[in-house]
Ligand binder design. Sequence first.
Ligand SMILES: Cc1ncc(C[n+]2csc(CCOP(=O)(O)OP(=O)(O)O)c2C)c(N)n1
Length: 423
Amino acid sequence: MPHKALSVEELKEMAATIRCDIINMICTAGAGHPGGSLSATDIVTALYFRVMRIDPSNPRWPDRDRFILSKGHACPVWYATLAERGYFDKKHLGTLRRLGSILQGHPDMNKTPGIDMTAGSLGHGLSAGIGMALAARVQGKDYHTWVIVGDGEVQEGSVWEAAMAAQNMMAAAAGMASSGLIPFASTYAVFASMRALDMVRNSIHYPRLNVKIAASHSGITPGPDGVTHQGQEDLSILRAIANSTIIAPADPTTTRLAVMAAADYDGPVYLSFTRDPVPVIYENDIPFEIGKAVQVRDGSDATIIANRDLVAHALAAAAALETKGIDVRVIDCHTLKPLDSELILKAARETGAIVTAENNVFFGGLGCAVAEVLVENVPVPMKRIGVRDTFAESGPYLDLLDKYGLSAPHIITAVEEVIARKN
Ligand SMILES: Cc1ncc(C[n+]2csc(CCOP(=O)(O)OP(=O)(O)O)c2C)c(N)n1
């Protein structure tokens, strides 16, 4: 039955039943948060048994009212209420926090019928609710969105800043995506990958929501702005997050193609852009596929595998090496994750030496990803070009590339070194 409006007396009885369920669940699990669950029981019971427009037989009904228990540790009250309301069999309540259970220690929207938003990290829910409400406005729907926040939770800065700061934008984007929109959340890479990382991990990647994060100012490219604005770690950080797809396009043509491919892809995508102008590498559109690197130049003596702004510098290095009689292949590895292992291994087999080049820290980015594939399959001489264990400084982009070891002359030296190690 879609709607159910219990009387106040009936609501009191139902709340008492739900409180018993909560105690039983937490005792059986041997862990949980009884206080926060019991204190929210009357509100949650009233919402589900009187106020909200819902249909338990159709938990993802697009016109349903939304509910977020932002203080996700109190999920026993949500689970018990959903079970009593008929979203799933009450027998599941005895499996709380067990391996394989549909009832995780904190709410998981992909495991439990009726859970509208994953929660657990305090301070996300209000922003996610704002995203859901904005989605209703965009889609011309009249559903209501309800969010419960804990009194301790309201001390989180993100609750005070709802809908203003980078982290709120990410959680709001998650809320929008949960209602079927494809939000593009954009800010500087340093803030997308660090300030908002909790939201990016817990509210976007964990529930695998269809959010596109468009991060500008990646690498040490916003040179004049200095270290606080240089997103030199974003590729490494995002690569460590499960469910992540990461694209770092090399030029204007592939930037446009990457944005369109990201929009078509179902799931989170992180797009990493530079700030400073980069030359056009592709005069015309190419077949652009997420996870498929592009060989931009053939060669047989060594291969440079580069991404984003360093593809242009890799090509300049290859052209200079040609004048010395050295024949270098160049691969534009625009997708860092999933990595095109096939093309990389082919290059290792055919050219016998690899140099990677990235405007990103030396740890955990392209160089490491390529090394992992090579070492397990075709170990060949290899050298990584990247930002060493240091912060950079203010300065013009090209001067910074030179000073921090990323420019064509450095790539040339690295290629000569790996070729020497081949013999
Ligand atoms: C960002 C974050 N920090 C810390 C925690 C650990 N934690 C779980 S419950 C809790 C207290 C929450 O208090 P309150 O919001 O008042 O909820 P209630 O007392 O109603 O359960 C904390 C700090 C968390 N889940 N998320």
